[in-house]
Design a protein around this ligand. Sequence first.
Ligand SMILES: Cc1cc2nc3c(=O)[nH]c(=O)nc-3n(C[C@H](O)[C@H](O)[C@H](O)COP(=O)(O)OP(=O)(O)OC[C@H]3O[C@@H](n4cnc5c(N)ncnc54)[C@H](O)[C@@H]3O)c2cc1C
Length: 302
Amino acid sequence: MDIGEISKLCLRLGCRLLTDCPLSEYTTFRLGGICRAMISINSAKSAVEVLRYVREKSLKYGVIGRGSNIIASDSGFDGVILLFGADFAEVLVCKDDNEIKCSSGALLSSVCAQAQHEGLSGMENLYGIPGTVGGALYMNAGAYGSEIRDIVVCAEYIDESNTLRTVSAEDMDLSYRHSIFADRGYIITSVTLRLKKGDPEDIKIAMDECMKKRKLKQPLNYPSAGSTFKRPEGSYASLLIEQCGLKGMTCGGAMVSEKHSGFIVNKGGATCEDVLTLCRRVQEIVREKTGFRLELEPVILS
Ligand SMILES: Cc1cc2nc3c(=O)[nH]c(=O)nc-3n(C[C@H](O)[C@H](O)[C@H](O)COP(=O)(O)OP(=O)(O)OC[C@H]3O[C@@H](n4cnc5c(N)ncnc54)[C@H](O)[C@@H]3O)c2cc1C
């Protein structure tokens, strides 16, 4: 990888380049080794150019939003990470259509707060999910009976031939923690949401209620990637883990949360290996004792 050349590309595009940065600072689990190069994307056009460059040079690449659903490898990432964050977080509200168009690095919580401010209802239950809009659509994030698929209208993305395209919601193949973007490795650059008119006070009450539930139920005082396992058909991961008596089980610095058994947390100094070993143990015991197969929800970045 030619860092000098990447630096020139970033200079031309006006993007920030971070070299040799610890992934633990870019993931909520606080895990991961060094990433050779991270480019903070500032526009869809820059994203296209960066992707064209890394693909032409056959460099390894990855995408991080807020890093709240990622388990990053201890050995780091010997390639280029495209970071969709604060440098690409524009939020445009069109009150006539009740629509909000967000650049993919916008934080879901900021978009919720803006919707509330504008008296737009429909995303209150998503308040508190600590990711970007791009990451939320990629995972079809959801909470308390709502998912982003309920409100998304269309999105712009970059396909495998570095072309910027638009896709409407019905063609995104959205289902539980699944999307066409994850299936095909498409890079999301913007997301348009359609909401309904509502009373800002009522929206605020619903959002606060949602946050209260999160604080009550989730181990927010420890780094994690949220729910460690997907909900298996016919049960709940947390219930199965609790029934198997695995609350508080540890491996190195990783622990099955005492507060919410669906979360594996970093109680301090955990490595990616600790987390993955603990995940495997939990999966084995749950499978043995209950017959349910638990599937990891976060994405492993290696
Ligand atoms: C405390 C806590 C609570 C959580 N609660 C919930 C919850 O209630 N519901 C829920 O669904 N999730 C929850 N999560 C998980 C996580 O917040 C969501 O999945 C979130 O949508 C991930 O967004 P992100 O920007 O952090 O994505 P990242 O973690 O950065 O990335 C996740 C995946 O998406 C890809 N990706 C990110 N941005 C893009 C993009 N622009 N284009 C293409 N691919 C992209 C990445 O490459 C990666 O594969 C929680 C996490 C934590 C830590």
